[in-house]
Design a protein around this ligand. Structure first.
Ligand code: 5FX
Length: 528
């Protein structure tokens, strides 16, 4: 008798700004199938541009029904791609961070009694009270200042919630709704994040907010892992805690998939739904980061995702509760001057060729004979400073050195900045630490070598999938499912060997340069 061996499948979804993406992996975490829906192109009836609708005063929203309809479509596309839903053991997802979904009264009932004969979007057409403010919204500056004041100042809010107040964070957004559209606020049965809203669609009831994405609201006490009463009071009224519900760890198995998907799509009745989380949190899982590791996304801007043991209270950047069991906290750091700045100086110093630029680098030594540079072509976020260029020699005198010295000064300066600010966020590098690079510039081995030396840690490249958040959603589904079942999955390591390892003397060269970098930024004019 031939025994059928069904490959266990895990699904991940990413409700991002411009599209809904879905992916299936096997027990070995290898990608089997993918599908996606692009909001502007596939759902033109919602009239979004880049997945959002822009108002006149910095308001940016998206219609939640667009996301619901996209789910109907992406599930069909997964079938066409070859996914057999009856093999899916568990699913999870990621969502753009900070956006809020305002559920109308009776919405949870609708979620719990969906008919398999009809589309989700027709059954949920009246489930939402308003368009969802999303992370690109910048209209809540007044609410931010008021929240900081109510809690006892910028520093205090950062200590409690992991971030000073930001316009796109959900607390200030809720406060604006409470002040300007009190009827929507009052009528809301529940308020979800995009991630927990998406999870609710699968669960058939309103899903709890997870602690990691919940840390992007300016409302969560990241130490106690409960809502901060003072922040809640400053952003709404006594009903807000109930509207938000109790937050749960991101690695919570929330239960079985709604019967809707069993009857309509052939999912197993016991397919597990794992709490969804924010896209950046999910990326940490997709990069398989551990405590003391660094995710390095080298794009237009450079974004670092850090695995932390303990939180810090940053006046810039964000600390979030960790999305996986092995990472108690994480940090998110964004440097505005990334690849665009690297390219502009490559063009200036070597013409439009990375090979020519890398030759310049090769003709210099590690530590650059003491030449150091800070290059901001665009105003910098970390530290907050205007555009400018500061280059000095070993004695600290301002200079304009030869092109090859500038080439190295630029890249070493960027890597030193990434390490200094990561350490300010409480990153503790240790013997097992590593950097996992993604993004366009992660193909440049010379750049990665500099990062390896400056961090004194090997650099790996995420080569399985460019979208770490999407992959992370499926991996989280697999890992949480395996833990609840007490089984070991074959899910493999990221890559077998690092693409760059630090030279033995790297620490001696770069530790003093880190101190010099700190002194240099002291003297750079800061923006408020
Ligand atoms: C992070 O704080 C952000 O606002 C963005 O990265 C969104 O999560 C993008 F979806």
């Amino acid at each position: 008798m031939i025994e059928e061996t069904k490959q266990k499948t895990f699904l991940g979804f990413d409700f991002s700004t411009q599209r809904l993406k879905a992916l299936a992996i096997g027990e070995d975490f290898v990608i089997q199938h993918e599908a996606d829906v692009e909001f502007d192109v596939d759902l033109p009836e919602f009239r979004t541009s880049g997945g959002v609708v822009r108002g006149e005063r910095g308001e940016v929203t998206a219609p939640p029904l667009l996301w619901v309809k996209a789910l109907d479509m992406v599930l069909d596309r997964l079938i066409v791609a070859g996914v057999d839903f009856s093999n899916v053991e568990a699913l999870s997802g990621a969502g753009q961070q900070h956006g809020s979904v305002w559920w109308a009264k009776g919405a949870e009932n609708k979620l719990g009694s969906l008919s398999p004969d009809d589309f989700l979007h027709t059954q949920l057409a009246t489930a939402f009270l308003t368009n969802s403010p999303v992370w690109m919204d910048s209209s809540t500056s007044a609410e931010c200042r008021a929240l900081e004041e109510a809690v006892g100042g910028k520093q205090k809010l950062a200590e409690i919630t992991g971030s000073t107040a930001y316009e796109r964070f959900t607390g200030p957004q809720i406060k604006k709704m409470y002040n300007t559209k009190p009827r929507v606020y009052q009528a809301a049965e529940k308020i979800s994040l995009v991630s927990s809203f998406a999870c609710s669609l699968f669960l058939g009831k309103i899903a709890p907010i997870d602690l990691s994405d919940g840390s992007g609201m300016n409302l969560l006490d990241i130490h106690k892992k409960t809502w901060c009463e003072t922040a809640l009071k400053a952003c709404g009224d006594e009903t807000l805690a109930d509207k938000l519900g109790e937050p749960v760890p991101s690695f919570t198995c929330l239960g079985d998939i709604s019967p809707y998907y069993v009857q309509r799509y052939g999912f197993k009745p016991d397919c597990k739904v794992i709490a969804f989380t924010g896209d950046n949190c999910s990326a940490l899982a997709g990069l398989r980061l551990q405590e003391g590791w660094v995710g390095l996304s080298l794009g237009t801007s450079d974004t670092l995702v850090l695995g932390l043991g303990e939180p810090s209270a940053p006046l810039a950047a964000h600390v979030l509760v960790g999305p996986t069991k092995s990472v108690p906290y994480m940090a998110l750091l964004c440097f505005a001057n990334g690849s665009l700045t690297r390219q502009a100086h490559r063009d200036r110093l070597a013409g439009a060729s990375w090979d020519a630029f890398n030759e310049l680098l090769q003709s210099t030594v590690r530590g650059n004979m003491g030449y150091m540079g800070i290059y901001y072509d665009t105003p910098e976020i970390l530290p907050r400073a205007g555009a400018g260029r500061w280059v000095e020699d070993a004695r600290g005198a301002a200079v304009q050195p030869a092109p090859q010295l500038e080439a190295r000064a630029l890249l070493e300066g960027q890597a030193l900045a990434r390490r200094a600010h990561a350490e300010d966020m409480n990153l503790k590098l240790h013997k097992q630490s590593r950097l996992v690079a993604t993004g366009g510039a992660s193909v440049n081995k010379h750049l990665l070598q500099i990062f390896a030396d400056v961090f004194h840690a090997p650099v790996y490249v995420q080569d399985q999938h460019a979208n770490a958040a999407l992959l992370g959603a499926a991996i989280r589904a697999a890992e949480v499912w395996a833990e609840t079942k007490g089984v070991q999955l074959k899910g493999s390591e990221l890559t077998v060997s690092p693409v760059a390892t630090p030279y033995a003397d790297a620490e001696t060269i770069y530790t003093p340069m880190l101190e010099r970098y700190r002194r240099m930024i002291e003297n750079i004019p800061k923006l408020e």
